[in-house]
Design a protein around this ligand. Structure first.
Ligand code: PGA
Length: 248
């Protein structure tokens, strides 16, 4: 049985005061749910959010990291810098990073391998653009992104990776994939993992849906057979919304 995992992606939002307030509001709600709860914060609030969520079920996540251990990489953050802050999860290859910061399947793969080496759980994002969806290449795109991201990763490590299927046209747009369509793509991704590794690995890997998940559609999405959770952007910034999602 895969335990559902719901992660909030705060993106570039919340300075310390707001971050701590939100984390405090979420704490009790998180303790009521059976699902795994992660909040992926900006680097600058990690230390304070860590203190705020101490003793609760909420796990700390980051939104990006570099693949090198250290060195002359101005403005970057390493895996060790994250684990030192109590970070356990890291989003890798979010479409906004691929789109605005030129991340490629190759850099995503390097980051995945480094994260695993440092005992961070990667939340690997894959998903197609509207154009790709309309030209019926969704499966081809998510297959390529998944296969490349897992390249050189051993089966035991592959089991730890969380995949987030996030159709780009659904992110921050208020448009969601229908739960059935999302489930179909996620089942397809699971099959890609099976072909790459084995049935055993594919049955363990958690695959989330992301893209305009909110309290009003969370239950329907979470009830799909192959969907193991959600990666939530906008709605994770509101305590009431995110609390309802994690207690779907
Ligand atoms: P959204 O973002 O929930 O605001 O659509 C999801 C994401 O980018 O992870």
């Amino acid at each position: 049985m895969r335990l559902p995992i719901i992660a909030g992606n705060w993106k570039m939002n919340n300075t310390i005061e707001d971050a701590v307030k939100l984390a405090n509001e979420l704490k009790e709600e998180a303790n009521k749910t059976d699902v795994k709860v992660v909040i992926c914060c900006p680097f600058t609030v990690l230390a304070d959010v860590r203190k705020a969520v101490e003793g609760s079920k909420i796990k700390l996540g980051a939104q990006n990291m570099h693949w090198e251990d250290n060195g002359a990489y101005t403005g970057e953050i390493s895996a060790d810098m994250l684990t030192e802050q109590g970070v356990e999860y890291v989003i890798i290859g979010h479409s906004e990073r691929r789109q605005y910061f030129n991340e490629t399947d190759e850099t995503v793969n390097k980051k995945i391998k480094k994260a695993l080496e440092k005992d961070l759980i990667p939340i690997l994002c894959v998903g197609e653009t509207l154009e790709e969806k309309e030209s019926n290449t969704t499966n081809e795109i998510v297959k390529r992104q998944t296969v490349k991201a897992f390249e050189g990763v051993e089966a035991e490590d592959a089991k730890k990776i969380v995949i987030a299927y996030e159709p780009i046209w659904a992110i921050g747009t208020g448009k969601t994939a229908s739960p059935e369509d999302a489930n179909d793509v996620i089942a397809y991704i699971r099959n890609v993992v099976k072909e790459t590794y084995s049935e055993e690995v594919s049955e363990v890997v958690a695959i989330q849906y992301g893209g305009s998940v909110k309290a009003a559609n969370a239950t329907e999405i979470m009830n799909q057979e192959d969907i193991d959770g959600a990666l939530v952007g906008g709605a994770s910034l509101k305590a009431e919304e995110f609390s309802a999602i994690i207690n779907f």
